[in-house]
Design a protein around this ligand. Structure first.
Ligand SMILES: NC(=O)c1ccc[n+]([C@@H]2O[C@H](COP(=O)([O-])OP(=O)(O)OC[C@H]3O[C@@H](n4cnc5c(N)ncnc54)[C@H](O)[C@@H]3O)[C@@H](O)[C@H]2O)c1
Length: 252
């Protein structure tokens, strides 16, 4: 028995890591999935994996810093599948790894543009599409770095904190209009993003693992299952929540 039969999900950054696992998880639950990414090869690979397992998905190339592309992504959900029920705004980058005062404005702005503005841009189109239908659920991919600081990552940390404010505010605004808006705050997850900061090197990886009381990284499926739960009827009274999935990192 699947829980999202006849429903439609959009996943940004669906061509890799957490986004791919989330797109596959939506499809396993019966949703038709719009997989969106700047990475065409990765996005198409996600669609192939879904189809090989009997699911339904389509790839849309979209850079979340490009408003027209984001509009087209949402339009594709409606034109291809007739509705939009779920959106996981997940596309993100690590950005430049430097102390705060060493960042150039361009480095700062790029990280904020993808990780924070990109989510707001996506919500601007997802919300009207959901209001036109039966409502829906939005899940924004924040981070434990939306809750605590982390050295050499001020733009990333700022964007991820900002996402929680955006999530809570939109949750209030649309609470009586059938749209729930939540966030997920993962700890460090084993994805290609870690290599951006050199955190995939063995010594760095061991150090990062030890910051989590479970003494390991999380898996993409452990995050995807949190997204699916937030979209499910079991979470029908949950909105404005930031669900931490971090092996205890922020409990220290
Ligand atoms: N990996 C972690 O430890 C971790 C922890 C907490 C939060 N997150 C967040 O989870 C999300 C997914 O990260 P991941 O670890 O799966 O990384 P990833 O690099 O595996 O996947 C990110 C995807 O986003 C896409 N992307 C990047 N810029 C884009 C843009 N401008 N427009 C559209 N797509 C774009 C990439 O092409 C890639 O497919 C990010 O928002 C990240 O900040 C990751």
């Amino acid at each position: 028995m699947v829980q999202f039969e006849n429903e439609v999900a959009v996943v940004t950054g669906g061509g890799s890591g957490i986004g791919r696992a989330t797109a596959e998880a939506f499809a396993r639950e019966g949703a038709r999935v719009v997989v969106s990414d700047v990475d065409v090869e990765g996005g198409e690979e996600t669609v192939s994996r879904i189809e090989e397992n009997g699911g339904v998905a389509i790839f849309v190339e979209a850079d979340v810093t490009d408003e027209d592309a984001v509009a087209a992504m949402v339009e594709t959900a409606v034109s291809e599948y007739g509705r939009l029920d779920f959106a996981c705004n997940n596309a993100g980058i690590g950005g430049a790894q430097k102390p705060t005062a060493d960042l150039s404005f361009d480095e700062w702005e790029r990280t904020i543009d993808v990780n924070l503005h990109g989510v707001w841009r996506s919500m601007r189109y997802e919300i009207p599409a959901m209001l036109d239908g039966d409502g829906g659920v939005i899940v924004n991919m924040s981070s434990i770095l939306g809750r605590v600081g982390f050295e050499n990552a001020s733009a990333y940390v700022t964007a991820k904190h900002g996402l929680l404010g955006l999530t809570k505010t939109a949750a209030i605004e649309y609470a009586q209009k059938g749209i729930r808006v939540n966030a997920v705050c993962p700890g460090f997850i084993d994805t290609p993003l870690l290599s951006e900061g050199g955190l995939d090197e063995p010594e760095a990886r061991t150090g990062i693992e030890s910051l989590h009381p479970m003494n390991r990284l999380g898996s993409v499926d452990e995050v995807a299952s949190a997204v699916v739960w937030l979209c499910s009827d079991g979470a029908s009274f949950t909105t404005g929540e930031a669900l931490t999935v971090d092996g205890g990192y922020t409990s220290r």
